[in-house]
Design a protein around this ligand. Structure first.
Ligand SMILES: *Cc1c(COP(=O)(O)O)cnc(C)c1O
Length: 352
């Protein structure tokens, strides 16, 4: 295998381990479009149980799980309330609009967190001029909010309000287990406030492919139709489900290591001249930091890091994201900090 040890661009860079691959090799399979793959069933049942829901649907990606959720909750011409920096608003090609005909009414939160007062007036009246408001969409942990764990009370309050007003609730829980491990609040408790939840296996959990949509049996039954329409009906998908199952059984508790490494990295970066990191804002496995304008652009700094075999992601003109995951050890973080410090020093030297 090629060495990818200093790939901090995304937690999707967590590769399937040898043990995970062994379970894939041995997985019993069937045709999942006929709903006959025993390993897919096992995965779906296990995840549904962990989240306290009736059923789950294995899909190729989180993007597909999310768009299926929109299709389930809304009809064309309807609207969902969503935080402006959420993944669905930034990284999914407005699939809700293109594939479901649904508008996103976005609200600027504070590091990913909306307040109830902000959304209270947003349900539109029954009037021929207006779209119908149908869905409240939250993301936890919030990617662009810094991998932030949403405050539990805020989630509860907003979801209660949504339920009282007949809005459906969807959680983009691509990293719900990071939220559970960091907060000590069970994934099922977070999930209890939502009708549907997207969970990604291919992020920090380390599976090569796959996500799941979780919800009631009725919703998931209908979701199967949408999955087929979107081209997500897979045949002997058990080989992939086996990896996801392995991830659920072995890679959840260890997310705490990623969170500890994120703290180590953030504290190290905060101490480097010309860089600005806030360890107290790194709740989980993502670290966002800023490069001072006097030093360099984020793009330029990332290129410099890459020349030293350290990969990170520029997410804004001066902002860089680093993701921790199971292929990055404490030693890797220490090595990364040396490279970052060296590059910052070089940039400074070039400027003077
Ligand atoms: C990665 C991610 C997704 C989409 O997952 P893909 O499998 O990459 O399509 C959705 N939501 C959030 C918050 C994510 O981080």
């Amino acid at each position: 295998m090629p060495d990818h040890h200093l790939d901090f661009r995304s937690d999707t860079a967590a590769w399937p381990s040898v043990e995970m691959r062994a379970t894939m090799l041995e997985a019993p399979v069937g045709d999942d479009v006929f709903d006959e793959d025993p390993t897919v069933h096992k995965l779906q049942d296990r995840l549904a149980g962990m989240l306290g829901k009736e059923a789950a649907l294995f899909v190729p990606s989180g993007t597909m799980a999310n768009v299926i959720a929109v299709l389930l909750h809304c009809r064309p011409g309807e609207e969902m309330i969503v935080e402006a920096q959420s993944h669905v608003c930034h990284y999914e090609q407005a699939g809700h609009a293109r594939l479901a005909g649904v508008a996103a009414r976005s609200v600027q939160g504070e590091r990913g967190v909306m307040r109830l007062e902000q959304i209270k007036g947003m349900i539109r009246a029954d009037d021929v001029h207006f779209a119908r408001t149908r869905l409240l969409w939250l993301e936890n942990t919030h990617n662009r909010g810094g991998g932030r764990v949403l405050p539990y009370d805020t989630v509860q309050e907003m979801c209660d309000w949504a339920a009282e007003n007949s809005l459906a609730r969807h959680l983009d829980g691509a990293r719900i287990f990071n939220a559970a491990v960091a907060s000590g609040i069970e994934a099922s408790q977070w999930a209890s406030h939502f009708d549907t939840i997207n969970v990604c296996f291919s992020k920090g959990l380390g599976a090569p492919v796959g996500s799941a949509l979780v919800g009631s049996r009725k919703m998931i039954r209908e979701g199967m139709r949408h999955r087929k329409l979107l081209g997500g009906g897979m045949r002997q998908a058990g080989v992939l489900a086996a990896a996801a199952l392995y991830a659920l059984e072995n890679n959840i508790d260890r997310l705490a290591d990623d969170h500890a490494n994120a703290q180590l990295l953030a504290r190290g970066i905060a101490a480097i001249d010309g860089l600005d990191a806030r360890p107290e804002e790194a709740d989980t496995n993502l670290v966002f930091f800023n490069v001072e304008e006097s030093l360099c652009t984020a793009e330029g700094f990332v290129e410099e890091l890459a020349r030293h075999d350290l990969q990170m992601l520029a997410t804004g003109p001066q902002t860089i994201r680093a993701s921790l995951h199971l292929d990055i050890s404490e030693q890797d973080v220490e090595r990364a900090l040396e490279i970052i410090e060296g590059c910052a020093r070089d940039e400074k030297r070039h400027k003077t």
